[in-house]
Design a protein around this ligand. Structure first.
Ligand SMILES: *[C@@H]1O[C@H](CO)[C@@H](O)[C@H](O)[C@H]1NC(C)=O
Ligand SMILES: *[C@@H]1O[C@H](CO)[C@@H](O)[C@H](O)[C@H]1NC(C)=O
Ligand SMILES: *[C@@H]1O[C@H](CO)[C@@H](O)[C@H](O)[C@H]1NC(C)=O
Ligand SMILES: *[C@@H]1O[C@H](CO)[C@@H](O)[C@H](O)[C@H]1NC(C)=O
Ligand SMILES: *[C@@H]1O[C@H](CO)[C@@H](O)[C@H](O)[C@H]1NC(C)=O
Ligand SMILES: *[C@@H]1O[C@H](CO)[C@@H](O)[C@H](O)[C@H]1NC(C)=O
Ligand SMILES: *[C@@H]1O[C@H](CO)[C@@H](O)[C@H](O)[C@H]1NC(C)=O
Ligand SMILES: *[C@@H]1O[C@H](CO)[C@@H](O)[C@H](O)[C@H]1NC(C)=O
Length: 304
């Protein structure tokens, strides 16, 4: 079973493989991770390593091996302006340091060893990266995902570890569980209220789940029906179950399911539609890919 997965994955990454996993030189890798990043043209990420001092860690053989999840320059160029602004401010050293160390892990992990929902600790204390293998509508593994970024160049070997090139900067760092995030998010006050009333926190903190979280606006539109909902804990629980999927679906995994569906906890099929944005059962994802300790959360603009 696992063998088949590996073979299919290799085929799916064929474009990448023909160019970027060229026959390894007989003498083994020449470069340290830091030098290899330069060879791969990943200037923005290299720059970040210089600013934060991690270049020294990644140049030396002694403290390795490391597995580095390295975003492309395009990934940095595509950062939301608000995030970009914070990163360009050199005074924000702590933020730069945390963001950088979140992309670095101890050990030498080949993508061939990944399994869906595998968690790997990063050099940023107490945080992990989540690895996913997403199937397309034919049920075949098509995308390897790193906390919602897509792997685009795999297993670039260095003397002190391996580089996995990804198409997104991992700026959503999971430092909360889903229930804590809801509790603290100013756009999810109504959902927090429902969670409290029904005592649903523990269920939202189960591992490997996706929560589609209706924004406050959704509940405000319900008028008196929302007031009624507040009085019925079993209906609230049913509502949460309708919005929960037992697997972590980042949008890169949803985008390859256009025209297909995912299944919520009660077993209802939720159709996926991609039309610029991502739609689940007609609800639009208005805030995507919030990485949390036990899964991923998306804010939606309609009830499911
Ligand atoms: C790291 O190891 C490689 C291969 O063993 C060696 O060629 C290289 O000189 C070493 N680099 C350092 C900085 O020790
Ligand atoms: C979450 O996924 C990991 C990796 O597949 C697995 O080891 C773990 O048991 C899962 N947890 C639950 C609660 O399903
Ligand atoms: C799913 O991926 C496989 C392997 O790449 C491919 O042959 C198949 O056409 C894909 N199916 C769909 C519906 O995209
Ligand atoms: C990392 O693992 C690969 C196999 O996946 C191996 O070929 C390579 O030598 C290892 N590199 C280091 C630095 O341990
Ligand atoms: C309240 O619920 C009733 C019954 O389900 C429905 O007909 C009505 O449209 C709802 N009202 C609002 C404002 O959503
Ligand atoms: C809660 O709602 C369900 C389904 O509408 C209903 O069967 C049940 O009687 C309600 N419970 C209370 C306490 O109102
Ligand atoms: C849950 O989803 C089912 C199927 O779509 C629907 O009939 C039911 O009313 C939903 N329950 C709640 C509480 O939203
Ligand atoms: C969620 O999925 C895991 C395996 O993927 C399974 O072991 C577990 O029973 C499922 N949980 C629920 C509530 O469906």
């Amino acid at each position: 079973m696992f063998k088949t997965v590996q073979v299919v994955v290799l085929l799916n990454l064929a474009n990448c493989f023909s160019q970027c996993i060229a026959t390894p030189p007989k003498s083994g890798p020449k470069w340290s991770i830091y030098d290899l990043l330069d060879e791969l043209g990943l200037k923005s990420f290299s720059g970040l390593l210089e600013t934060t001092g991690f270049m020294y860690t990644l140049s030396a053989n002694a403290s390795g091996p490391f597995t580095v999840y390295a975003p492309t320059d395009d990934a940095f160029n595509n950062l939301p302006p608000s995030v970009m602004k914070k990163l360009q401010n050199d005074d924000n050293w702590r933020l730069l340091h945390d963001l950088t160390s979140y992309h670095l892990t101890k050990g030498n992990l080949s993508f061939l060893k990944w399994s869906n929902n595998m968690i790997t600790s990063t050099l940023l204390d107490g945080t992990s990266i989540r690895l996913n293998i997403y199937n397309n509508n034919s049920g075949e593994p098509s995308i390897m995902s790193v906390s919602g970024a897509t792997l685009i160049k795999a297993d670039q070997q260095a003397t002190n570890g391996v580089v996995q090139v990804i198409d997104r900067v991992l700026y959503s760092i999971p430092d909360d569980t889903i229930s804590n995030y809801i509790q603290e998010n100013s756009r999810l006050r109504k959902l927090a209220m429902l969670m409290q009333i029904a005592g649903y926190q523990d269920s939202l903190d189960k591992q490997n789940i996706t929560l589609f979280a209706p924004s406050d606006a959704v509940f405000e539109e319900m008028g008196a029906n929302f007031t009624n909902l507040l009085t019925n804990a079993s209906t609230i629980k049913a509502l949460f179950r309708n919005h929960t999927v037992n697997n972590t679906f980042y949008t890169n995994g949803l985008r390859i399911l256009d025209g297909g569906y995912i299944t919520n906890l009660p077993g209802t099929k939720l159709p996926i539609k991609i039309n610029q944005g991502v739609y689940v059962s007609g609800a639009k994802l208005v805030e995507e890919d919030v990485s949390l300790k036990n899964g991923v959360l998306h804010i939606i603009n309609k009830l499911l």
